[in-house]
Design a protein around this ligand. Structure first.
Ligand SMILES: C[S@@+](CC[C@H](N)C(=O)[O-])C[C@H]1O[C@@H](n2cnc3c(N)ncnc32)[C@H](O)[C@@H]1O
Length: 338
């Protein structure tokens, strides 16, 4: 019995551990600068954020006027302080509603903003938090990774605009891929090494190429495996991928799949400009995807619903796409599929 309890505690610790990654201001600034035109007169909700420590709160309160925000709501899941008398963490969450400074000052002081207690723990799925979500226009945060699918599903259900951080693997979740395929969500600007790292609590091991303790004493890990997922438009999303290769004349570089009528392309930059049929490209393609240039057809599986394969070997996750803006030029097209 004791072993069982011990085991469940460890599992819980492991799960919690994954979720305690705090976003750095520098990474928020470097992404948010691409979306400034979206925020005028909007209510922003950061629903996984303790305003006392959240850099999302810091960013939006400092830029409240510049962005022309109407309101900033920030909600904290459970209170993180220890209650000295009960010697356990208190279970209620709380939130704040910030409407800008009356006087001329740039930085909001959380001590001067009224804290409103949730009756419950402030879980983003709770009725209380959903009521705040309904009042909001845009949700911006880094939500708990372990609840990412549910988190995104809720944003879609309530038809919210969003800009959130997730793990790159999230692209491979069928629910998330479906949104990307249907142009209901897309990748933001920064990805992988473009997100410099996350602040972690004392008891976390530091890892990653840029792991460090910064000048303020923050412990930073750099997993290099995160992305921004959004449904806010950016100019980058309308830029064509510059294609320089051709299929015709280089057919041997683009083998056909065993179980799908399409060719395999190993690198996004090698997508041929003249191929009319289906092409399987790596998932990193999504970072450059312009829906006016390409159409996403299917993820990973061939006609037999097994992973796409070439002579029995499966390249790592492929996305099947089709070129909407063929550049045929002088190249010949023979036996074109479909
Ligand atoms: C990855 S951390 C990011 C924190 C903050 N958003 C940031 O970017 O710095 C995820 C946060 O979600 C909180 N959290 C975990 N489960 C939650 C839930 N069910 N509802 C709301 N917040 C939750 C955790 O306490 C943690 O602070």
């Amino acid at each position: 019995m004791a072993r069982k309890v011990q085991h469940s505690l460890l599992t819980k610790a492991k799960t919690n551990k994954k979720d305690e990654f705090y976003t750095q201001l520098i990474d928020i600034e470097s992404e948010l600068k691409h979306y400034k035109n979206h925020f005028k007169d909007k209510v922003v909700y950061c629903n996984c954020d303790d305003p006392r420590v959240s850099n999302f709160f810091n960013y939006f309160s400092a830029n409240f006027k510049n962005l022309g925000l109407k309101k900033l709501i920030t909600a904290c899941y459970k209170k993180q302080e220890i209650d000295l008398f009960k010697n356990k963490k208190t279970e209620n969450g709380f939130f704040i509603e910030y409407e800008g400074e009356k006087e001329e000052k740039n930085i909001a002081n959380t001590d001067e903003i009224d804290i409103i207690q949730f009756k419950g723990d402030g879980d983003f799925r709770s009725t209380e938090s959903i009521e705040l979500l309904k009042k909001s226009d845009i949700v911006v945060t880094n939500p708990p990774f372990s609840l990412f699918r549910e988190y995104v599903a809720q944003l879609i259900k309530y038809d919210k605009q969003f800009l959130i951080i997730g793990n790159i693997n999230a692209i491979t979740y069928k629910e998330i891929f479906k949104l990307i395929k249907e142009n209901k969500a897309w990748l933001g600007i920064n990805l992988g090494r473009g997100i410099s790292g996350f602040i972690v609590p004392e008891h976390y091991e530091l890892y990653g190429t840029e792991a460090r303790i910064d000048s303020a004493g923050n412990r930073i890990v750099s997993p290099n495996n995160c992305l921004w997922l959004t449904n806010l438009d950016t100019s980058k999303r309308h830029e064509d991928i510059i294609l320089s290769k051709t299929y015709y004349g280089n057919e041997s570089e683009y083998p056909k799949y065993d179980n799908y009528d399409g060719i395999n392309v190993n690198k996004t930059k090698d997508i041929p400009m003249d191929y009319k049929g289906f092409m399987g490209v790596p998932i990193t393609f999504l970072h450059k995807f312009n829906p006016e240039q390409f159409e996403i057809i299917k993820f990973r599986k061939g006609n037999d619903e097994k992973d796409l394969s070439i002579n029995g070997k499966c390249p790592y996750f492929r996305i099947l796409i089709k070129n909407k803006r063929l550049q045929i030029g002088n190249t010949k097209q023979r036996n074109l599929p479909c």
